[in-house]
Ligand binder design. Structure first.
Ligand SMILES: *[C@@H]1O[C@H](CO)[C@@H](O)[C@H](O)[C@H]1NC(C)=O
Ligand SMILES: *[C@@H]1O[C@H](CO)[C@@H](O)[C@H](O)[C@H]1NC(C)=O
Length: 315
């Protein structure tokens, strides 16, 4: 009898706190709200991760820039998705083996990771195809929120990015982390005031906590959940092999079925945690993401998303 009462009490408390989490937790105060996020500055409409792309996206009215960074041999934090330069420049060298001044230009025909078989072809002007320094991006856009994926588990990279964030006084306008939990923990340790992503391990934990009813009781240090629709993972070329082992496919599907729950997103939003979906490039996908309760969408096509949002007045 006592046992039933305890279980009943636990379930009831869990349900109430799931719905009204601020009864227990202080709501996180992220300083910005972004529906429109330009992935690598909009890789489908400009040369990815360049100043040219970032300027264009901001001119269109993007609310956040998403970018990736690496460290050059001479210790500069450079904005690039890949460590190896073959895909982006045609030169089979690693960024960490070159000084910043020796980095080659981006290829004029640049493959787009999330649009297999599509290339971005822009101008022949060299300055449009130069690798950007993180410092220059911070300098140019002091008030635009920036989402940084720390690409390498490298203490020097993390500490340099952390110094730049501090120097440009943009802790509250920056989100950082990585799928890897080790990298994300290091980021948090180096500066807990910067907005933080959920690593893959923490996403898995989120699922466990949700389905056991424990989630509403547990404090969370992260401010941003960034996830993908399963169709994206299965479409993607590049980093992840296009041919999936059946087990891998199964795991991805399962995680997504368990994770993509509007009630979870509502709970997180009530706690002040933002939910972004990446990388969506079509109107149907934008719609699906916002219908599911996303707070923001990352896209390679800032113009398309801008138009979608304009035609889709949201509350
Ligand atoms: C780049 O770095 C990776 C990982 O350290 C290494 O396996 C690869 O051989 C390097 N490639 C080149 C071209 O140096
Ligand atoms: C995280 O870091 C790993 C290398 O540590 C890299 O392969 C990956 O692309 C990074 N980003 C994400 C989103 O996982």
């Amino acid at each position: 009898m006592l046992l039933y009462t305890l279980i009943g009490g636990y379930m009831l408390t869990s349900v109430i706190l799931f719905k009204y989490p601020t009864l227990l937790h202080k709501k996180k105060r992220v300083k910005f709200l972004c529906q429109h996020i330009s992935h690598r500055g909009g890789a489908g409409e400009s040369y990815e991760n360049t100043m040219c792309a970032f300027r264009r996206a901001v001119a269109i009215g993007t609310q956040m820039l998403e970018l990736d960074c690496h460290l050059t041999r001479d210790g500069e934090v450079v904005v690039s998705h890949d460590q190896n330069l073959l895909r982006s420049t045609g030169v089979d060298k690693n960024i960490s083996d070159l000084d910043y001044k020796d980095l080659p230009l981006l290829k004029q025909r640049l493959p787009i990771d999330f649009e297999p078989d599509v290339e971005y072809v822009g101008s022949a002007r060299e300055e449009d195809r130069r690798f950007a320094l993180l410092r220059d991006v911070f300098e140019a856009f002091p008030t635009i929120p920036i989402n940084i994926d720390i690409k390498i588990n490298d203490d020097q990279l993390i500490s340099k990015v952390s110094d730049l964030i501090k120097q440009y006084n943009r802790e509250e306008y920056t989100v950082w982390g990585n799928f890897s939990d080790e990298v994300t923990q290091k980021c948090y340790k180096s500066n807990p005031n910067v907005n933080l992503l959920f690593s893959m391990q923490r996403v898995t934990m989120l699922i466990f906590l949700m389905y056991t009813g424990l989630l509403p009781f547990v404090p969370l240090k992260e401010t941003h959940l960034e996830i993908f629709l399963p169709s994206i993972y299965l479409r993607r070329k590049g980093g992840i092999s296009p041919i999936f082992l059946p087990l891998e496919k199964f795991v991805v599907r399962t995680i997504n079925v368990l994770l993509i729950r509007p009630c979870l997103f509502n709970h997180l939003r009530a706690r002040g945690i933002h939910v972004y979906f990446w990388v969506l490039n079509k109107d149907e996908e934008f719609k699906k993401a916002f219908d599911l309760g996303a707070t923001g969408v990352m896209t390679d096509y800032p113009t398309k998303l801008k138009l979608f949002l304009k035609n889709q007045p949201m509350e």
